[in-house]
Design a protein around this ligand. Structure first.
Ligand code: IPM
Length: 358
């Protein structure tokens, strides 16, 4: 298969982790006889430094002409403490999501047996957790009209039936291929947008009679996710609730450096770790590349390259089993860098039978 992949490493640890994912994709292409080409583009703080714009025209056009986008991370401490900054790195990511209409953000949360003791939660609570979060990505508070003056500020939260229906269908269909359970997380006791979500999703449920639909308020869901994560199969939720819940879910898995995501619609697809840029950890070799590598596996899934994706996941499992992991997870070895994890996974793909710690 020929794939033209836009690579947007972004800021902070983004370039380091993305380089490992690209390495892994190159190994897969070699092993399975595919032709993957990679086109780099700037986004975020690094794009502001170069052009003054967090999402230059050239980057949009590279993305529009690609089959898929591999995204690193975005953000910079320089802008975090400046409420008056006119341009912010995050605008690059948000505008990219909006301009490509990447409305469905899919975030798997899987508790690895070998990492259960890395979580601060009890092993018996989290074992066998396997959740798929469908986060709406182009609506809600993030994109409503914004006002900010010295004494007043507002962010409008708006959702249309159309926006809710299109992601709800995807979430129902995903539930059909899994345990058949869908939980809509909202705040319908306080928010009008949440009441519309409930109404629309309830109406669609009759088209999916084999899916059990239930509803949970976001505050309750935040607690239930920690107390009893196994009760969830597919979670469907709006933009900001999904951002917060998925980051919370990383506690179950043991490190935010493990959580991957796909943002899709019928035409475009972007793959990115859920973690941020963490610029104070950049260029130290300590950033965990697994979320980025697993995002590459989701890219392979997206194009039906099932064997290829399975091999990447097998390589990741092996690295976790052998403790070839960065310091966020490791207690056994203290010299495993970002690149070493990528090298191990690359070697495994080249030679699955023989790869061991050496
Ligand atoms: C994420 C990030 C982004 C978001 C930020 C960088 C705007 O936290 O992808 O989860 O909130 O969507």
């Amino acid at each position: 298969m020929k794939l033209n992949i836009a690579v947007l490493p972004g800021d902070g640890v983004g370039p380091e982790v993305t380089a490992q994912a690209v390495k892994v994709l190159k190994a897969i292409a070699m092993e399975f006889g595919h032709l993957f080409t990679f086109n780099k583009a700037f986004v975020g703080a690094s794009a502001i430094d170069k052009t003054g714009d967090p999402l230059p025209e050239e980057t949009i056009s590279i993305c529009q002409n690609a089959d898929a986008i591999l995204f690193g991370a975005i953000g910079s401490a320089k802008y975090d403490m400046d409420p008056d900054a006119k341009v912010r790195p995050e605008q690059g990511l948000l505008r990219l999501r909006k301009s490509l209409d990447l409305y469905a953000n899919i975030r798997p949360v899987i508790a690895y047996e070998d990492l259960l003791n890395k979580s601060s939660l009890k092993v018996k609570q989290i074992r066998d957790t396997n959740i798929l979060i469908y986060r709406e990505l182009t609506g809600g508070l993030y994109f409503g009209e914004k006002k900010l003056s010295n004494d007043n500020a507002s962010d409008i939260c708006e959702y249309s039936r159309f926006e809710i229906e299109r992601i709800a269908h995807l979430a129902f269909k995903a539930a059909q291929t899994r345990k058949g359970k869908l939980t809509l997380v909202d705040k319908a006791n306080a928010l009008a947008t949440s009441r519309l979500w409930r109404k629309v999703v309830k109406e669609l449920a009759s088209q999916y009679p084999n899916v059990e639909l239930n509803f949970m308020y976001i505050d309750n869901a935040a607690m239930e996710l920690i107390i009893n994560p196994r009760q969830f199969d597919v979670i469907l939720t709006e933009n900001m609730f999904g951002d917060i819940l998925s980051e919370e879910a990383s506690v179950i898995v043991g490190s935010i450096g493990l959580l991957a995501s796909a943002s899709i619609n019928d035409k475009y697809a972007m793959f990115e770790p859920i973690h941020g840029a963490y610029d104070k950890f950049a260029n130290k070799g300590i950033a965990n590349p697994i979320a980025s590598i697993l995002s590459a596996a989701m890219l392979l899934d997206h194009f039906g390259l099932d064997k290829e994706a399975a091999l990447v996941r097998q390589a990741v499992d092996k690295s976790l089993k052998l403790h070839i992991t960065t310091p966020d997870l490791n207690t056994k070895y203290d010299n495993i860098t970002t690149t070493k994890v990528g090298d191990f996974i690359e070697d495994f793909i080249n030679n699955p039978e023989e790869t061991n710690l050496n």
